[in-house]
Write a protein that binds this ligand. Structure first.
Ligand code: SF4
Length: 352
C-alpha cells in the first residue's frame, strides 16, 4: 500500500503543485525561513513577506548580524512575533555553534530555537532528502481520513498514532517529494470543508471516503478557550513629540513598540478610566490635557485572544513625570519602529 500511495501522490503532485520559490531550492536556510513564515500564514500573504525577508536577509549571517528591531520590522503585520525572535536567536546560535553554516544533522536542526518536530522534518527532508515524515495540519487531515483514525489529534495518544502512520507511509527513496505532495494534497484537494474526493488520486484506498464520513475527520478533543482583553491606548502628543514604549515580559507582541497602554479587566468609559490609578500615574504633573472621544476602536482577533481596543488622542502642554518611563520620539519617526498589527491599524486610520 505504501508504494502505491506514494506513486499516486507524487504523480498528482507533479501536475498540480503550486510553483513557489522555496520549492525550487535545496538551501536549508531558505526552506527554514519559508516554513516559519508559513506556519501561521496563508501562502499568498506569506509569499510577499518571504520575498522581502530573503532579499534583506539572504543567508544565516546577514540575519544573525542584524538588530532584532530590524528583524521585527520585516515581520510587522505578520503576527506571532515570537517566530521572528526565534529565527533571529537561532541564526545567532548557528553562527556560534556551527560557524554560520546551517547544520545538516536532524538533532542539530531540531535543537535550534523555534524549530519543532515538523519544521526539522521539513528542512531535513526537503534540503537533505533525509527520511523524516512531516506532520502538519494538512497531513493530519489527509492521514486521519485515509486511515479513518478516530483518535483525537490533540492528545498524546493521537500524536503517537499519527506519527507512526506518517513514518510508515513515508517514501524513503523520495522523502522530499512525498512530503511536499501529501501536504499539497491537504492544502489543495483534501480541504477541511470541501474535500474534492472525485478528483483525488487516492480515492480508491480511502477508508473514510468509502464510508462517506471524510468530513468528520480529523477528530479533536477540545478547543482552546478564548480570552477577552481590554486595551486602552493613548496617542499622546506635545507639538511634534509622541510617546511609545517597548513591550516586555512574557506576553503577546514581546519587543514590539506601542503607545502608552492601560489594560483593564472590563470595558471602561473615559470617565471611569480617568478614575483609575494607572491613568492618574500616566498623566501625573501634566496641567493641560485635551483628550478626544475614542479616536479609533477595534476588535482585534488573535489565536487565543480577542482584544477590544480603544485609542484616544491626547494633546498635552508639557511632558512630566508620568511619561518619563516612555520613549519620546518625533511623530514622523514612528514608522521606524516595529509595532503590532493593531497599532498599525490605528496609525493607518489616523493618517488616512
Ligand atoms: S479521497 Fe477525499 S478525503 Fe481522501 S484525500 Fe482525497 S479528497 Fe481527502
Amino acid at each position: 500500500m505504501q508504494s502505491s500511495i506514494s506513486d499516486s501522490l507524487i504523480e498528482w503532485y507533479k501536475t498540480n503543485k503550486r510553483d513557489l520559490p522555496w520549492r525550487n531550492t535545496a538551501d536549508p536556510y531558505i526552506i527554514w525561513i519559508s516554513e516559519i513564515i508559513l506556519q501561521q500564514t496563508r501562502v499568498v500573504q506569506g509569499l510577499e513577506y518571504f520575498n522581502r525577508f530573503i532579499t534583506r536577509f539572504p543567508d544565516v549571517l546577514s540575519l544573525a548580524n542584524a538588530e532584532e528591531d530590524e528583524v521585527l520590522r520585516y515581520w510587522q503585520g505578520l503576527g506571532y512575533y515570537s517566530r521572528a525572535r526565534n529565527l533571529h536567536a537561532a541564526a545567532k546560535d548557528i553562527q556560534k555553534r556551527f560557524n554560520g553554516i546551517f547544520p545538516d544533522r536532524y538533532e542539530d536542526v531540531r535543537s535550534l530555537k523555534g524549530i519543532g518536530d515538523y519544521t526539522a522534518a521539513a528542512i531535513c527532508s526537503f534540503a537533505y532528502k533525509m527520511p523524516y515524515a512531516v506532520l502538519d495540519g494538512n497531513v493530519y487531515r489527509v492521514l486521519s481520513r485515509l486511515l479513518a483514525i478516530e483518535t483525537a489529534i490533540d492528545t498524546p495518544a493521537g500524536k503517537k498514532i499519527f506519527y507512526e502512520a506518517a513514518a510508515s507511509l513515508l517514501d524513503k527513496k523520495h522523502p522530499d517529494t512525498y512530503n511536499q505532495a501529501i501536504m499539497e494534497l491537504g492544502a489543495l484537494q483534501c480541504t477541511p470543508q470541501q474535500p474534492d474526493c472525485n478528483k483525488c488520486p487516492l480515492i480508491s484506498i480511502f477508508l473514510a471516503h468509502e464510508k462517506g464520513i471524510e468530513k468528520d475527520f480529523p477528530h479533536k478533543q477540545g478547543k482552546t478557550k478564548i480570552k477577552e482583553r481590554f486595551f486602552n491606548y493613548f496617542y499622546i502628543r506635545n507639538k511634534t513629540s509622541v510617546w511609545i514604549h517597548k513591550r516586555t515580559g512574557n506576553d503577546i507582541w514581546k519587543n514590539l513598540f506601542e503607545l502608552p497602554l492601560i489594560e483593564t479587566e472590563k470595558p471602561l468609559s473615559l470617565t471611569e478610566l480617568q478614575q483609575t490609578e494607572t491613568y492618574k500615574k500616566l498623566f501625573t504633573g501634566i496641567n493641560k490635557i485635551e483628550i478626544s472621544a475614542p479616536a479609533f476602536q477595534a476588535k482585534h482577533v488573535l489565536s487565543h485572544r480577542i482584544i477590544y481596543a480603544t485609542f484616544y488622542t491626547v494633546n498635552i502642554d508639557s511632558p512630566e513625570t508620568g511619561l518619563s518611563e516612555y520613549l519620546q520620539i518625533e511623530d514622523s519617526e514612528i514608522d521606524n519602529f516595529a509595532v503590532s498589527r493593531l497599532t498599525l491599524r490605528f496609525l493607518e486610520h489616523l493618517y488616512s
